[in-house]
Every structure is written in C-alpha cells, then in structure tokens.
Design a protein around this ligand. Structure first.
Ligand code: PLP
Length: 389
C-alpha cells in the first residue's frame, strides 16, 4: 500500500512502549496549595518536588507587587518589547538584575527555556562549535540543535575531557562556545567555575552559564554561584525567576555590547510577546526580598546541609548533591516510580525522574528542599525513605 504510517497506530504504539518501559508521564493536578503543602489525590502532601526553594511563590510581597503592576500597566504586555510591549518596569527589573549580579546590564526573556533556545543560536552557527556538559538541561540542548553548530558533549564536570576536545578542535572551527550550569538540576552538584574560566581564557571561547537553580539560593546576596567579582568574566549568565524567586520568566546578566547584540539577534526575544506587567511586578518584589529577607536563603541552606549529612551518615545513601537539590539515585525507572509511589503513600509529594531527563540507568527521585520545610518534615521523610528503599 502506498500510504504513510497511520497516526493513530503511531501514537498508540508509542504510548504503549513508554508505559512498558516505566517512562510514561502524566499530570497530577493540585487541588490546593499552601506553604509547602499541596493537596493532591484528596490528601495533603508535603511537597518535595517544587523549585520554590525560598518559599517565595506565596509571599504577600510578590502578590502585592503583581497586583500593583497590573493595575498600572494592564494584564498583558500587548506586543514584543521591540514593538510597543516595552515598559519602564521591564527596565527597572533589568537594572535590579544588573545590580544583583554586578554586570553592566540585565536582559529579560519570556522563560529560561526561551532564553536558552534564543541565545545559543544567536551566538553560534554552522561554522562554530559548542561544548556542552552531558547533564545540561533540555533547553540548552535544544538551543544547540537550533544553532546548527557542531556539538560535543563532555563528561559531566570533566574538564580534562573538555580540554582534550578544545585542543584537538583549535583552528578547525570559527567560534567556540562552552555552556554549563552552575548548579545541576538533577544532580544538585556544582560546576568547577574558576577552572572553567581559566579554560575560557586559554582557548578564547565564549562562556555561558545557566544559574537556573542557584539564583536566589547561593551567594551572599542570593546572586547565585557566579559572584560579582567573577560575573564580568562570563559572557552570558542566565537565571530564571520561576524557581527560587517564586515568579516566572528569565533574565540574562551581561555586558552592554552583548545586550545590544541579543536585542537584535535573539529570535525568542524579538518575535515573542513581552512578559506581562503582573509577572514583572512579582519578580521585582522577589529581587528586593533577596536583600530584605536573607533568612529564607540561610534556612534552606541549613536544612539541606543537615539533610545531606543524615542521608549519608545515618542511612548510608550516597548522593552527588552539594545543594538544596538532593537526588536519591535508584537506577531503573520502575524502581524510581515505586519509591515515589511509596513516598506518596507516606504523605510526601515526590516525583520520579527518568530518562530522557537523566541518563539511562540513573533514574532517581529528586528531593528539593525549601524554606517552607521544617526539621520534622525532613526527619519524617528520612524515615519514609528508609522503609521505602
Ligand atoms: C528550569 C530550567 C530552565 C528553564 O527555565 P524556565 O524559566 O522554567 O523555562 C533552564 N535551565 C535549567 C538548568 C533549568 O533547570
């Protein structure tokens, strides 16, 4: 028969395959929500799966900031910032980011995903080469694919491997870009930033660092892992407002020249509607709170240190984590699902992380600690983990 594959057959077999491999994803709607406790499947669950590390998503200051901005500027931005969607509050938020990070400028993007898929293709094209840590987020990988540049993944945090690649490729490509995360979202471990800066200098590459999970939690002012003294040496630092900052959208901290360049080249910025006023108002309030209420940051860091220690010393569980993101790696997808299910039964909202989000054979549950948790929450979780594993 001269016909294409039937779409119903294709979708049916694809879903069955995912299901049998323990890889099927589905939604689980919250029925209610308050300070670190979600209601789902009819019962309250302590939430260990959100990225609201500072507990700011429900903070009255963010809600107030959103209301005020919306009352003044309206519900939507009405256009791309390059058209008539550009408002004073967008610029205020960009200045606040530049101050926080110690860079010349800040620049907003609709989301972290849009930032990564917009920036990378602006910087590199067919004649260029991009080096990406093996554990980099999907949005980085997609940005690289869109750029059409040659693409090499180096072993996670392995700078010897990266340097080998840089050495052998020197003179073969036009520009080179290294992309990393400062805090890896599924491992909770940190990048060797100063060594990377050294490699960048030695080989003359562009360096882009994604601080999605470090922003707000790390740094003396919540600026992230790249401190003010180092920030100027990194070409592009990206962060999001959707995680520790409790809002939505993303920013880049960068030089004046690179900002002018991206305003002209980053397609996800040029051809997409500006962030709405309410979102900007909430984000402005969140950045201000980093300065005014440092206690959320110290609280989550303290909880995380205690929790990692208890996992290791009391339960003999090894985790790569050096942060508030603490994975318990179990290996197979079905085992990770089973563990998540048993934790759910015990009153904890935890989700299994499976390929392709993480490499094959490293399925895990990812526990993210937040300032909303109490020490008792953590000891109960440890108990449930010891009976579930
Ligand atoms: C979440 C995340 C993003 C995407 O950010 P959003 O604002 O949620 O779109 C990008 N990079 C990393 C490392 C992330 O964890």
């Amino acid at each position: 028969m001269d016909s294409f594959e039937d779409v119903t057959d294709f979708i049916h077999s694809e879903l069955r395959f995912q299901d049998e491999a323990g890889l099927l994803r589905s939604l689980l709607p919250m029925e209610g929500l308050q300070r670190g406790v979600v209601k789902a499947k009819g019962k309250p669950l302590i939430d260990f799966s959100s990225n609201d590390y500072l507990g700011m998503a429900g903070h009255p200051a963010l809600i107030e900031g959103a209301k005020k901005a919306m009352q003044k500027w309206g519900a939507g931005a009405r256009a791309s910032r390059l058209m008539s969607g550009d408002m004073e509050i967008h610029h205020s938020l960009e200045s606040a980011i530049a101050v926080l990070k110690g860079t010349e400028e800040g620049l907003l993007f609709g989301s972290g995903y849009l930032a990564n898929i917009g920036i990378i293709p602006a910087l590199c094209g067919r004649n260029d080469v991009i080096y990406s840590d093996r554990l980099n987020h999907a949005s980085i990988v997609d940005g690289i694919l869109l750029s059409r540049a040659r693409f090499f993944r180096f072993r996670h945090n392995d700078l010897n491997h990266l340097e080998e690649l840089l050495k052998s490729h020197r003179s073969r490509y036009r520009r080179a870009l290294i992309v990393i995360e400062s805090l890896y979202s599924m491992n909770g471990d940190l990048a060797p930033v100063s060594e990377l800066l050294e490699l960048k200098r030695r080989y003359g590459t562009i360096l882009m660092i994604d601080e999605a999970h470090a922003t707000g939690v790390f740094g003396s002012k919540g600026e992230g892992i790249i401190g003010r003294t180092e920030a100027g040496a990194v070409d592009i630092i990206m962060g999001t407002f959707g995680k520790a900052l409790g809002g939505y959208g993303a920013f880049v901290a960068l030089s004046n020249q690179i900002k002018r360049f991206l305003l002209n080249r980053a397609r996800t910025l040029i051809f997409s509607t500006a962030l709405p006023p309410a979102v900007i108002g909430a984000n402005l309030a969140a950045v201000k709170l980093l300065e005014e209420e440092p206690e959320h940051r110290s609280r989550v860091c303290e909880l995380a240190t205690k929790f990692r220690k208890a996992l290791k010393e009391d339960m003999g569980i090894n985790t790569p984590s050096e942060s508030q993101i603490v994975p318990v790696i179990v290996g197979e997808s079905l085992d990770a699902l089973k563990l998540a299910e048993s934790l759910l039964d015990a009153g904890f909202f935890v989700r299994a992380i499976r390929p392709p989000t993480v490499p094959k054979g490293t399925a895990r549950i990812r526990l993210s600690l937040t300032a909303n948790h109490s020490s008792e929450d953590l000891s109960h979780l440890l108990e449930a983990l010891s009976s579930g594993i």
